[in-house]
Ligand binder design. Structure first.
Ligand code: NAP
Length: 306
């Protein structure tokens, strides 16, 4: 494959940045990949496992001479990182981010981007519940969507190059405006995570069901909530603080539907329940047809020994 950037600087060396480094290497998409993280521990691990070509101690140092800078830190940390790197960016470079929320990240980062540097926000809709420098893998973005969110005045060429990078890393690419993006991810990601956190919290609070029963019988559906609810607490705290309006809008609708289902159960309205579950089953079929999940029983998990 063709090299797209001469030097990529990854700020943050967790799941997303690590996977980007490995995917860029797989595709030969970057001349050199430089990385940095906040803690000495993460930088040491990244050096030890050779996660990037060169690990440096500060974000300011990492961005020097880079033609692509990727902000891959929690959403709440974007403003401080942007303030640190702003004065050290190379004219003509592109700055992008991978934050799960777009409107507040754009508001936080854009003021620190100097004239002559392009800012092209992005968000790969791919992830796992793992985090840190050892969690990345080259296939994370394969056949998953990455949303690019050009800001006012973004030139077409930097957008085209960034799209080519994501496609080279295995993604499909779409463009959206920030508010629409934030509403879409509130539906497909943020509200489901909050519901999973709640369900696991409820099970934990329910003392009538012992801990051992919750774990022993978890394949009844609960296990899938626990995977999501094991996601990084800092990342998800920042997501909800920064996508407040869209998440609250979706949770409002969710609560209304939940009450309607609750009433149907209480009044024995089987038709309502059946019609509802038929509609939701069709959504699952659509996801499988779109190649976004497997239709193997139990999500393709190997059989759990009983
Ligand atoms: P991660 O594995 O937890 O890695 C986060 C990285 O950011 C670490 O290297 C960490 O450094 C650094 N960091 C944390 N707090 C910082 C701060 N206050 N200042 C500077 N650096 C800081 O996280 P991730 O999953 O890669 O997520 C990174 C970004 O991608 C987030 O904005 C998230 O919203 C977005 N995203 C995540 C997923 C997902 O499923 N995980 C999917 C799509 C997008 P240390 O290790 O030294 O603490």
């Amino acid at each position: 494959m063709t090299q797209i950037y001469d030097r990529v600087a990854l700020i943050g060396l967790g799941l997303i940045a690590g996977s980007m480094s490995l995917a860029m290497r797989r595709g030969g998409l970057a001349g050199e990949i430089v990385g940095t993280a906040r803690s000495v521990e993460t930088r040491d691990v990244a050096r030890e496992i050779g996660l990037v070509d060169r690990v440096v101690d500060t974000a300011a140092e990492a961005v020097k001479g880079a033609d692509l800078v990727v902000l891959a830190v929690p959403v709440g940390a974007m403003a401080d990182v942007a303030a640190e790197i702003g004065p050290h960016l190379t004219p003509g470079a592109t700055v992008t981010d991978v934050g799960s929320v777009k409107r507040t990240v754009i508001d936080a980062v854009a003021p620190h981007i100097p004239d002559g540097v392009h800012f092209v926000p992005g968000h790969p809709l791919a992830g796992t519940e793992h985090s840190g420098p050892r969690s990345g893998f080259a296939e994370l973005f394969d056949k998953k969507w990455c949303v690019i969110v050009p800001t006012d005045g973004t030139r077409p060429e930097p957008v085209r190059r960034l799209k080519a990078l994501w496609e080279g890393m295995g993604s499909f690419v779409d463009e959206m405006d920030p508010d629409h993006h934030d509403l879409v991810v509130a539906v497909v990601s943020h509200a489901p995570h909050l519901i999973a956190y709640t369900m696991v919290g409820v099970a934990d609070d329910l003392r009538r069901v012992t801990d051992s029963e919750v774990i022993k019988y978890s394949a009844g559906g609960f296990r899938d909530f626990t995977r999501i609810a094991a996601s990084d607490p800092v990342m998800w705290r920042d997501v909800f603080l920064n996508n407040r309006d869209a998440t609250l809008e979706i949770l409002g609708r969710f609560t209304e539907e939940l009450f309607a289902l609750q009433r149907a159960i209480r009044t024995g309205d089987g038709d309502h329940l059946h019609a509802y579950f038929t509609r939701t089953r069709a959504i699952r079929r659509g996801i499988i047809e779109a190649g976004q999940d497997t239709d193997a029983p139990d999500f393709g998990r190997s059989k759990v020994k009983s």
